[in-house]
Structure formats: C-alpha cells, structure tokens
Design a protein around this ligand. Structure first.
Ligand code: PMP
Length: 306
C-alpha cells in the first residue's frame, strides 16, 4: 500500500521514514482525529473531492478533543495538493491524521505528547470490493453505536473505530460484506464505515444527523445530488424494519462511495439487485469525475493548477 512520499509534520519525506515512537499517546488512548478523502482522475487531471469540507471536519474533530492542529486549514489543503504532486498519482485515497504523539503517557498527556500531523496517499479501489457493483449483503449488527453523551459521533476520532471494528468483524465472521448498527435508542444509525439510505416509493430516506452518525460528506453530496435530480428526500428516524420493506438500500462513504445493498439479514431488498434510484445517484455522483455531471458547487479541486 506504500507510495513514495508521506507529508509528516510539515515536510514531505520518504514513506519508510514517516514513523512514530511506541509511547505515542494516540496508540494508547485513541487520541487521533482523521479524514478519508478521494482524489479522482478527471479530464482536468487529478482532483480532490470536497477537500475543504474534509479539512474543515478534521479541524472540527480536533476541536472536540482540544487537539491543536498547529497548521491552518489552508496549510493543510495546500499540503494535500503537494502530496499528490510529489507522488505523481492520477487518483488516490488520502488519509490525513492528527494525533497526540510521543512523550507523555497519562490520559491527559500532561507532560507532553506534542501533536503530530501526517498525510498519506494510497491507491484504493472499491472499499467493499465487487459488492460495489452487484450489491452488498449486509446484516444488522448485535453491536449498537455509542450514545451521543458517551463518544461524540460527529468527531471522526480514531477511538470511534473500535465500535466500527466490532460491527465489521461480526459481519465478516458471519459471511456478510458489512454491518449496519442501531443507535442507542434502537433506531437505525449507520454502517461500520458508511452512512445508510433507503428508497421507499421513490423517496430517499436517511437517518438524521442526530442519530449518532458521522455527518458524512458523501451523505451530504447524495442529498444535494438528489435535490438536483428532483428526487424527494427526507432525513428522519427510521426503525430497523424500514430496511426490510425498502425498495432500495445503499450505503455512502468516501471509501465506499455509493454501494448498493442487495440484502439485509439474508432478506432480499427489492429485486435483489441495485435499484433505479441508486443507479441514477451513482451515475450523477461518478459523472462529477468524468465531466458528465456539472460540478455546480465547486466540489472538485484540481491538483495541478493550470
Ligand atoms: N460513518 C462512518 C462511521 C464512517 O467511518 C464514514 C467514513 N468516513 C462515513 C460514515 C461516511 O463519511 P464520508 O462520506 O464523509 O466519508
């Protein structure tokens, strides 16, 4: 998965030199915040999708945990562009991470643990493999998401992904592509690393951002594209059984993009294949990158300014 260069603490360095010490605070206490971003190959060359929005969420996550990033949002945006140029990549998955570093154990890292910042770029295809095309087989997990007054879900923090690992491990062990979790109130929340959408009688439904979910940037993009396409949208609380009676279900995420779901708990959704609304939204989404969909909201940032 390695690429030639990593951006680490202000400079580009060879992948093998971007290391941390075993006393790194984040390793012991989960004190990291991160992002997952994609660079797509477009007719104008490689371009980030919603770079500024991802960087803003990174800083918002850091604020929740009182982690001082030490760079401005503009500096991080510029560093993201520099990283893709240095690695000469046509497309990529990019992982910025901000974390409490080495030198100060203890929950509050009183004696140090200076903040480190790293940006990695990797080649990464469809997150859920061939499920992206045929439709994923998912289950409702026996693990629930943490309540909002325990670990905040809007902050994309390393520690949150212990919950995602339990959901994902259980799902894979039982032969599913992915698991969907209920929130602390017993209603639908999100997948291990994706937001979820249902289509019912032509209307797009998704749990509200207060449902203990990450406020996904792909989720927001799908809501905007649905509006553009004249598809009715409702963000509302949904019970588990709404999945079973849905005409279509799909999951969204930077890594997962728009992944159709063909079955939940071994019950077929619709005709057991990606449905028409899902296909329409996938076309509009991927059309942003080959120019078939107009980039009305300036979501793309070209890596090479011409
Ligand atoms: N929920 C969780 C738990 C995630 O990890 C992700 C992936 N970042 C998402 C939702 C989707 O968010 P986004 O579309 O911003 O990638």
């Amino acid at each position: 998965m390695s690429t030639p260069f990593v951006w680490h603490n202000g400079r580009i360095k060879p992948w093998a030199e971007a290391n941390v010490h075993v006393s790194t605070h984040a390793l012991h206490y989960g004190s990291s915040v991160f992002e997952g971003e994609r660079v797509y190959a477009t007719p104008r060359g490689p371009a980030y999708f919603r770079l500024a929005d991802h960087t803003r969420r990174l800083f918002e996550s850091a604020r929740v945990y009182e982690i001082d990033v030490g760079y401005s949002e503009d500096e991080i945006n510029a560093a993201c562009l520099e990283l893709i140029r240095a690695n000469a990549m046509p497309s990529a998955y990019v992982r910025p991470i901000v974390f409490r570093g080495a030198g100060g154990l203890g929950v509050l890292a009183k004696d140090g643990a200076p903040v480190e910042v790293a940006l990695m770029a990797m080649a990464w295809g469809a997150y859920l493999g061939e499920a992206a095309e045929r439709g994923a087989d998912v289950c409702v997990s026996s693990w629930h998401r943490p309540a909002p007054n325990t670990i905040p879900s809007w902050a994309k923090a390393g520690g949150n992904y212990l919950s995602s690992q339990l959901i994902g491990l259980e799902a894979r062990r039982n032969g599913y592509d992915e698991g969907i979790a209920l929130g602390h109130g017993g209603l639908l929340s999100e997948g291990a690393g994706e937001n979820i959408f249902l289509v019912k009688r032509g209307k797009l439904l998704t749990p509200p951002s207060s449902a203990g979910i990450l406020a996904g940037i792909t989720r927001d993009s799908v809501l905007a594209l649905a509006n553009d396409l004249g598809i009715a949208v409702e963000e509302r609380e949904l019970p588990r059984e709404a999945l079973y009676s849905a005409d279509e279900v799909f999951m969204t995420g930077t890594a997962a993009e728009i992944t159709p779901v063909r079955s939940v708990d071994r019950k077929a959704i619709g005709k057991g294949a990606p449905g028409p609304v899902t296909q329409q939204l996938r076309q509009a989404f991927f059309g942003l990158f080959d120019g078939r969909t107009e980039d009305r909201r300036s979501w793309l940032t070209p890596v090479h300014s011409d």
